[in-house]
Design a protein around this ligand. Structure first.
Ligand code: HEC
Length: 154
């Protein structure tokens, strides 16, 4: 029933002050982290970790057998180095950084084209939905592919 223009009760003003102090502290911490460069480097391990934990093992398990420098290079394609997928195979570069829907690799693993189904049935068949989603997210993060993927990996 209080009048809208009455000053706030003292208790609430107190809470507000504390919130503002907390916000200022957080802001100060963020600014000093940014100034020391740790915000930028804090993001990098995550991206590299996704590649290391989800993408590299997947490519190694399901693709290297036929698409790696050490084993076979079917259709001229190697997927065990950045240079390999940038150069691409007979049909050109299979990954368009940032654009999974334009990437031949995604088309191949989705099995939407009956003439290009990777990995082939005889090599264990289609990836799981989660694995396909991981590849899609990885390609979508185009800058990560360009900047954070190690040059060579096995
Ligand atoms: C058992 C062997 C084998 C495995 C494993 C395999 N591929 Fe292939 N891949 C082939 C062959 C053979 C071709 C040539 C096209 C065809 O015959 O279907 C090919 C072609 C491709 C192409 C088209 C290349 C071009 O330039 O024409 C892409 C992209 C591709 N594979 C991606 C993958 C991915 C991604 C994986 C792993 C998820 C994978 N392949 C696993 C055998 C394999």
């Amino acid at each position: 029933m209080g009048h809208p223009f009455l000053p706030m009760p003292p208790k609430m003003t107190h809470i507000r002050h504390r919130q503002r102090a907390r916000l200022l502290l957080a802001l100060a911490a963020l600014i000093s982290a940014w100034a020391s460069g740790s915000v930028v480097s804090a993001a990098a391990p995550d991206e590299a970790a996704v590649f290391e934990s989800r993408i590299r093992p997947l490519l190694a398990d399901r693709c290297y057998e036929c698409h790696s420098a050490a084993k076979k290079q079917k259709a001229g394609l190697t997927l065990d180095s950045k240079a390999g997928w940038e150069k691409g195979g007979d049909s050109g570069a299979p990954i368009v950084p940032g654009k999974p829907e334009e990437s031949l690799l995604m088309k191949a693993v989705r099995w939407t084209d009956k003439d290009l189904q990777m990995p082939p049935e005889k090599a264990g068949g289609k990836l799981s939905g989660a694995e396909i989603a991981d590849l899609e997210a990885w390609i979508k993060a185009g800058p990560m592919i360009r900047a954070r993927t190690p040059r060579r990996f096995r």
